[in-house]
Design a protein around this ligand. Structure first.
Ligand SMILES: C[S@@+](CC[C@H](N)C(=O)[O-])C[C@H]1O[C@@H](n2cnc3c(N)ncnc32)[C@H](O)[C@@H]1O
Length: 462
């Protein structure tokens, strides 16, 4: 299909609609602002290298968009980022020649339209009509409005058939990442990890009290690890217990590392790399005397706000945890190091488009520096849990192996099956935690999965 290859009937209809008033003069159709926001969000990630969270904060800081439209914009943008390879394959299969260079937001408009048609069950008249309208309001894409109409109509009719022959795992996961997973886990598991990473994650909550009453009240289930799981969607702030600070959002796998420190009531714990504070909250709720260390002032402010909502307390320190030296040691240290976060693609599909192979090496060097300082902060006999939400061995098991080799006073305290509800196939032969996105299956399609977390537990000899 080309810019000129549009049926005469369609041409006549679109021409008569476009005649007369300029698009900017027409009333804004309902649903358009959400689609425009979605295209800006996807472009911010794909063309400007911003994270989706940053883009969302910027997009909505002064936006009049209603909560429902914001959620829709996020959903469309996240679907474009998650399913980019498949969407490009479908659209490209209908294009006879590449799109011209200077075309404004034409391509992201097409991607967002196709995402709605193929993955979000948006009625074709809405997805196509609003994409055409969007193109008409874009200075450079305007002259391709008929192409948008024809391409998306064809996507609505034939796109599902093209999709059925696509290898989603290979198209949507960047080759370098899929190859890394194949090397680390084998081809079959790499494929399972990829497929599970492309599903949207459920909403997991860590609750202060007993989980069962909260699961009942919120219409969720209690997981074997004690987290409460709900179907994702809707405004978190509107759920019962949010304003009262009875729970916080935290993936079930992310809730495990802090609990691996065991009974912490009355003990001093350094929580390194702490914001936004899910693990700080767990430790504080368990009665620990927590010092939370975080490099970013803005993220530390968010941690403070989160603790305030939860009526929990901790000492907050803005510092580089790789060099921080408070002059005293702690009973326990938790290091949740910055990482490529490849275990959290379900929640952060922008990772697929932003991370590069070289990030693994750079971050693993930073993790080693943080790890060395974590050991310096530990009292003899103290426990240290190191964790990352990465699937890459360099950011997980290799860090533990290297630290044990250079620090003979440390030894591994293997994690045992059943501890904190941990299943045996989430553990490595050495006794480290290695959750994968396909773990914790569930017969309800919206409830399975875990973030890919690594955690190792060590103890410092006297
Ligand atoms: C994986 S997140 C931590 C998540 C947090 N532990 C939780 O459970 O909510 C990593 C955090 O480390 C922070 N960070 C990165 N480098 C750091 C450093 N050198 N010192 C302290 N914090 C750092 C980042 O700003 C980010 O907030």
């Amino acid at each position: 299909m080309t810019a000129g290859d549009v049926s005469t009937k369609t041409k006549r209809k679109t021409a008569s609609r476009a005649r007369g008033r300029k698009p900017e003069g027409r009333p804004v159709p309902s649903g358009l602002p959400a689609r425009e926001a979605a295209v800006r969000l996807a472009s911010a990630v794909l063309h400007h290298g911003r994270s989706l969270d940053e883009a969302l904060a910027k997009e909505f800081q002064s936006s009049a968009l209603a909560a429902r439209d914001r959620a829709l914009a996020r959903l469309i943008a996240a679907t474009v980022l998650r399913r980019l390879g498949e969407l490009e394959a479908v659209l490209s299969s209908f294009l006879e020649k590449p799109l011209p260079e200077r075309q404004g937001d034409l391509w992201p408009i097409l991607l967002a339209g196709a995402a709605q048609l193929l993955f979000l069950a948006t009625p074709p008249h809405a997805a196509v009509g609003l994409a055409v309208e969007q193109a008409r309001r874009d200075r450079f894409a305007r002259r391709y409005d008929r192409l948008v109409n024809a391409l998306l109509r064809r996507t609505a009719r034939e796109g599902a058939d093209v999709l059925a022959h696509c290898d989603a795992a290979r198209l949507d996961i960047p080759t370098w990442l899929f190859e890394r997973w194949t090397k680390a886990y084998g081809e079959a598991d790499a494929r399972r990890i990829a497929e599970a990473s492309l599903a949207e994650a459920a909403l997991d909550l860590s609750v202060k009290g007993e989980p069962a009453p909260w699961a009942q009240r919120l219409g969720g289930i209690v997981l074997p690890t004690g987290s409460v799981r709900l179907k994702a969607g809707g405004r978190i702030e509107d759920l019962a217990g949010y304003a009262e600070g009875d729970w916080w959002v935290q993936d079930a796998a992310a809730a495990l590392p802090a609990r691996l420190l065991g009974a912490v009531a009355g003990r001093t714990v350094a929580d390194l790399c702490a914001a936004p504070g899910g693990k700080t909250a767990e430790l504080a709720a368990a009665g620990a005397r927590v010092t939370a260390v975080e490099l970013s002032a803005s993220r530390l402010a968010r941690l403070r706000a989160n603790l305030d909502r939860l009526h929990l307390d901790a000492d907050l320190v803005e510092a580089d945890a790789a060099t921080w030296a408070p002059g005293h040691a702690f009973d326990a240290v938790l290091l949740d190091a910055p990482c490529t976060a490849t275990g959290t693609i379900r929640r952060h599909p922008d990772i697929l488009r932003l991370k590069r192979p070289e990030d693994v090496a750079a971050l693993s060097q930073q993790q080693a520096r943080l790890f060395d300082n974590a050991v310096r902060l530990l009292k003899p006999g103290g426990k240290l849990v190191y964790c990352t939400c990465s699937l890459e061995p360099e950011e997980g098991s290799d860090q533990i192996a290297r630290l044990l080799a250079r620090e003979p006073r440390l030894s591994r305290l293997p994690i045992l099956p059943g501890e904190c509800g941990i299943e045996s196939d989430w553990l490595t032969p050495e006794g480290d935690l290695r959750t994968l996105p396909y773990h914790l299956p569930n017969e309800r399609a919206e409830l399975p999965g875990l973030d890919g977390f690594f955690a190792g537990r060590l103890v410092l000899g006297g």
